[in-house]
Design a protein around this ligand. Structure first.
Ligand SMILES: Nc1ncnc2c1ncn2[C@@H]1O[C@H](COP(=O)(O)OP(=O)(O)OP(=O)(O)O)[C@@H](O)[C@H]1O
Ligand SMILES: [Mg+2]
Length: 431
């Protein structure tokens, strides 16, 4: 762990390096956020603070993918006009908001301002609020999700999840299906924006409140809490405010990641009585060194009778036919990569097996979520990775497919505990 700000493309002049340090010491140091997130791992993939000076990246496009969600871009230079010109690139655009507008900074010597020695400069700080660069297309996210200011919240921000606009949805459908007539595109986009997305956001709000009631206390912080929501005149939630499970914490081992994931899923199923149905790695967050699940938009309560509502029945049928997870399950079942009867039988069904199937797959590839590169240590050549991969193989292709050993998240957690014991015994032998 080192305290140098960020990997520089080229050496920074002594004067600029002193000014950057002055911003760190006089502006950032002592803030909860900088104390918690200011440390930079060696060779980081993504960061919470990016410091730039003239000649280094100075546009949202250049720094966006290097900053974690909510991360801050700090620009330092000696010329006020230059600072304002660069600040203009980040002023409520490019997915950023101005956290501190251009202001003066003076280096100190032994804490003192010494004429002739102290150096004057200018800096500003902008924070990344969006998940995707404006104008960029992505399949990773459906809703408009961003950080919004809330002075009461940790770090002053909460998560805001909103039904996307008709234009945005029509644009994405047009990009994906260029051959479909415009009229059909708009009709489909209207159905999604006026019915489908509000229904799922309303369900997500209700399910998150249920989880805060039914999950054991010690697990409630590992799913988002509803802070507020706004409904439309039909009573559907269109805007949802959630606490920000900010990414961070000590780097964990792959086995720890797998264990925490299986344990949380066990509790979600057994105590929360909720099936997530969309456990893609994008819907995982690692916050304060703990695995959390977000995005309960597709979730269903265990035993919930969807047939009560023809609308829900058709929506979930379509989702169970088209979801990324279900399509993979179908493909692997056909190719013989899944023989486990309990999982195969639930193809295109709403069931806990969908969750533990996909969890078994994800625990082998935490880095498929780029934000986890520095938070989960993965070494494909390690005994640990080999053991987890072997566990996944025995979950999907058990000795007795009709009576598989792994039929729940709890079973998989037990399997992970066995691996942990084995790895410890290996270490003891090696010691
Ligand atoms: N409360 C939260 N704390 C931290 N990060 C969050 C939180 N809620 C959402 N996120 C982040 O925002 C991303 C998008 O949010 P979410 O998954 O809820 O919406 P979505 O992806 O648009 O929905 P879907 O997965 O159904 O397409 C998540 O992948 C996660 O990285
Ligand atoms: Mg999501």
């Amino acid at each position: 762990m080192s305290s140098t700000p960020n990997p520089q493309t080229r050496p920074r002049s002594v004067a600029l390096a002193r000014l950057v340090r002055a911003v760190q010491q006089q502006i950032l140091r002592g803030t909860l956020e900088y104390e918690q997130f200011g440390q930079v791992p060696d060779k980081p993939h993504m960061q919470n603070y990016w410091f730039s000076t003239p000649g280094e990246p100075d546009t949202p496009q250049e720094v966006f993918d290097h900053l974690h969600w909510g991360g801050q871009f700090v620009y330092v230079c000696t010329d006020q006009v230059q600072a304002q010109q660069v600040a203009a690139n980040f002023h409520d655009q490019g997915g950023f908001v101005m956290e501190r507008s251009v202001q003066r900074i003076v280096t100190r010597v032994a804490g003192l301002w010494l004429p002739g020695f102290s150096k004057k400069g200018y800096f500003f700080i902008a924070r990344k609020l969006l998940l995707v660069l404006p104008g960029q297309m992505t399949d990773r996210f459906t809703y408009h999700v961003q950080l919004v200011r809330n002075p009461q919240a940790d770090y002053g921000y909460v998560v805001y999840k909103e039904v996307p606009t008709l234009d945005n949805v029509a644009w994405r459908l047009r990009e994906k299906h260029p051959d479909i007539p415009e009229e059909t595109i708009v009709k489909r986009a209207r159905k999604l924006v006026e019915n489908v997305f509000p229904i799922f956001l309303t369900r997500e709000t209700a399910i998150l409140n249920i989880l805060q009631r039914d999950l054991p206390k010690s697990y409630r912080h590992r799913v988002p809490k509803v802070i507020g929501y706004e409904k439309d005149d039909r009573g559907f939630v269109r805007r949802l405010y959630l606490n920000w499970l900010r990414l961070g914490g000590e780097t964990m081992s792959q086995i720890e990641f797998a264990k925490q994931t299986a344990d949380l899923l066990r509790v979600l199923h057994n105590d929360g009585g909720v099936i997530h149905l969309d456990l893609r790695l994008d819907n995982f967050v690692i916050s304060n060194g703990e695995v959390s699940f977000v995005d309960f938009g597709s979730a269903v309560r265990d035993g919930e009778d969807l047939s009560q509502s023809p609308m829900l029945t058709s929506l979930f049928e379509e989702m169970m036919r088209t979801s990324q997870i279900q399509r993979l399950l179908g493909k692997w079942a056909n190719s013989g990569r899944i023989t486990n009867k309990v999982i195969r039988e639930k193809f295109q069904h709403v069931d806990k097996a969908i969750d533990f199937f996909y969890m078994a797959v994800q625990m082998n590839r935490p880095h498929h979520n780029p934000e986890f590169q520095d938070l989960v240590h993965c070494d494909k050549t390690s005994l640990e990775a080999e053991q987890i991969s072997a566990l996944t193989a025995s979950i999907l292709r058990p000795k007795d497919p009709d009576n598989p050993a792994f039929q729940s998240a709890a079973d998989i957690l037990e399997g992970i505990h066995q691996i942990e014991k084995f790895l410890v015994s290996q270490e003891d032998q090696a010691a």
